[in-house]
Design a binder for this molecule. Structure first.
Ligand SMILES: [Zn+2]
Ligand SMILES: [Zn+2]
Length: 631
């Protein structure tokens, strides 16, 4: 509605004036606000980030109040964490103080509307200044950490958005402790402390590191700038130059598949936390956060970091730009629900591994054993036969690092969309290669999805280019690229819970699929890893001899067939038996010691192995070389 029209309308009858009032409010809400965010950290050891938000409404807007909201979760990690729990000392004042000046501001009353929302009335002013503190003491791809060593923040748990104005442009100014330097994936100049973002979503997509002692190594691929920012809390052992070279190889392998990315520069923010537990990776539009629990000098730590980087960098295309329709812009008042994380995360996991082979960092044997491990995990999980790839995606809020105060049966009923999507990606890729005699592959499916949904579709929302896809879109694209109707595959293995056709797929590239029992007999229990001395049951498989015998998690097995049993001798003891044998047990449950027995079953847990067929056809060998090298 324009202001001229408002004048004309103001001359008409009262009924219309009422309509105008309602309508006028709605229009004013849609007008963008001017929003400036300020972040300070004057007492690092308090772990309190100090946030100030200055909001100016347009001169003609009639706004009663604004709602400031803390997200319940943040993109890329789907468990609900309720970041509002770490907010304190929320205050609101009328007006905006000019920078570097003292001014007495009239305070505004604050109403806590619900668990995540604070409401502030304008009361005849056109601008507001909000301040609050956010506690952060976790180094991760989702949470934030402020301490005497550094500030590392992810915006979702620090910055509130203004309800209905998440799409408005925002600026961010950071006041860091003296001597600390700021870096993120949108840093354009040295000593930069202020950023402009097109909207709140992009601001929170820009994790930032602030410390006196991070290092930066740069390289260029296809004219694009890459920055490796490393903050090491332990010895590097001189391994950083090799790490930079290996990251460059991964970037080259992945851009060889996708083509040059659309950004001008990209930043890998890597922490070697050296604390034995912090471990994470998180994708962003022009950066990634990688956190390793050891020191770079530790054996295997560089390889771990590269594995995470190969995965996160693939997300530049798959999920950050080519994305499921539900993933952006987001509703942060409830968990995300998408059927497509098996594509966004699982297929990314598949390529993260394959790309390390294509980059020359992994041997064929390393790739095949890694893929075998993923199949072994999926096929031995009882949840695989209960939960489909789509249901697994929908269950992300329960299984993606969610904390459960209530006991759950998820260990028996769920399967992660990471390995499930990875094995589906592998099987789809090899089937397409076979069906097209090597003329097409899953690489083509992904590229064409990126082209159609990200590059060529009109922008569906304020958030990003293009539009999100649905599972059905991928199904159609797979059929198009494979030149064959693939709906049966999606029905049985994506929406259904059948095992995908591993033999058929691996056979296309001259690989054999081998299954072997892990143990001679099935019992259906595994020890609780927290109890090293006793065999305390950590898990009971449903439909197993242990479940039939009434054994429960927490039971201590003292004697197995008359012999003392420990977590270490358990597997060796099983070698004395064959399926059908009846074994006497002495079990301690709480304060009670009981005698019982168990009838051992046919092996349930299998090891899966992928090996080269000695008699593979030359055609299959050609397909294998193309798959491994990306042609
Ligand atoms: Zn740091
Ligand atoms: Zn991922």
């Amino acid at each position: 509605m324009t202001s001229n029209l408002r004048l004309v309308l103001s001359r008409v009858a009262g009924l219309f004036l009422l309509a105008l009032a309602v309508c006028g409010g709605a229009v004013a809400q849609d007008q963008p606000l001017r929003m400036k965010y300020w972040l300070a950290m004057s007492h690092p050891n308090s772990h309190l980030f100090e946030v100030k938000i200055e909001v100016e409404a347009p001169a003609n807007a009639k706004l009663d109040s604004l709602d400031f909201q803390m997200p319940k979760w943040s993109p890329g990690r789907y468990a609900v964490f309720d970041f509002a729990k770490n907010v304190q000392e929320f205050q609101a004042a009328a007006g905006i103080c000019p920078p570097k000046s003292r001014c007495d501001m009239a305070m505004r009353p604050v109403t806590r509307v619900d668990d995540q929302t604070w409401r502030v009335p304008f009361m005849n002013s056109q601008s507001l200044t909000i301040t609050y503190k956010a506690f952060g003491n976790d180094l991760s791809g989702t949470f934030s950490e402020l301490d005497s060593r550094h500030a590392n923040f992810n915006g979702g748990c620090v910055f509130m958005y203004v309800v209905n104005h998440k799409q408005d442009a925002v600026s961010l100014t950071i006041n860091q402790p003296k001597g600390w330097r700021i870096v993120n994936g949108r840093t354009e100049s040295k000593d930069q402390s202020e950023w402009q973002f097109p909207n709140w979503d992009i601001m929170t997509d820009t994790p930032t590191e602030i410390a006196p002692d991070w290092t930066e190594d740069d390289f260029i691929v296809d004219g694009k700038q890459y920055h490796l920012v490393v903050h090491s809390f332990g010895n590097e052992g001189g391994k950083r130059p090799a790490l930079v070279r290996d990251i460059e190889k991964i970037v080259k392998a992945e851009t060889a598949m996708w083509g040059a990315p659309e950004f001008d520069s990209y930043t890998f923010l890597v922490h070697f936390a050296n604390d034995g537990h912090s471990n994470d990776g998180m994708e962003h539009l022009t950066s990634t956060q990688i956190i390793e629990s050891g020191a770079l000098a530790d054996p295997g730590m560089s390889e771990d970091a590269l594995d995470a980087i190969a995965h996160e960098f693939f997300h530049v295309w798959n999920v950050k730009r080519l994305r499921p329709i539900e993933l952006g812009p987001w509703d942060f008042t409830r968990p995300a629900n998408t059927r497509s994380l098996w594509i966004a995360e699982g297929i990314t996991n598949y390529y993260g591994h394959l790309m390390q082979r294509r980059a020359g960092l992994w041997t064929d044997a390393k790739l095949l054993s890694t893929l075998s491990q993923q199949i072994t995990e999926v096929e031995n999980s009882p949840g695989s036969r209960l939960m489909s790839a789509e249901e697994s995606s929908l269950s992300a809020p329960f299984i993606d690092d969610a904390v459960h105060a209530q006991q759950t049966n998820l260990a028996n009923t769920s399967i992660s969309y990471y390995p499930k999507g990875e094995v589906l990606g592998l099987v789809l890729d090899l089937l397409i290669r076979g069906k097209t005699n090597g003329k097409a592959s899953l690489d083509d499916v992904m590229r064409r999805m990126y082209d159609e949904f990200y590059l060529k579709s009109p922008n569906a929302t304020y958030y990003l280019r293009g539009r999100g896809y649905k599972n059905e879109d991928l199904e159609q694209m797979v059929s198009q690229v494979a030149g064959a109707v693939m709906s049966d595959f999606f029905k049985r293995y994506v929406r259904g819970v059948e095992s995908p056709p591993y033999e058929e797929a691996l056979g296309q590239v001259g690989l054999r699929f081998v299954r072997e029992p892990r143990q001679p007999v099935a019992v259906g229990i595994s020890p609780d890893e927290n109890d090293k001395a006793n065999f305390t049951i950590g898990r009971v498989r449903p439909d197993s001899p242990a479940a039939d015998a009434g054994l429960e998690v927490g039971d201590k097995i003292l004697f197995f067939g008359g012999l003392k049993i420990t977590p270490t001798n358990f597997l060796k003891l099983l070698n004395r038996y064959k399926p059908g044998d009846r074994v006497a047990l002495i079990v301690q449950r709480g304060a009670r010691t009981m005698q019982t027995s168990i009838t051992l079953g046919e092996p349930q847990i299998l090891n899966y192995r992928i090996e080269e067929m000695k008699d593979a056809s030359s055609e299959a060998k050609v397909l294998r070389v193309a798959w491994l090298n990306g042609r």
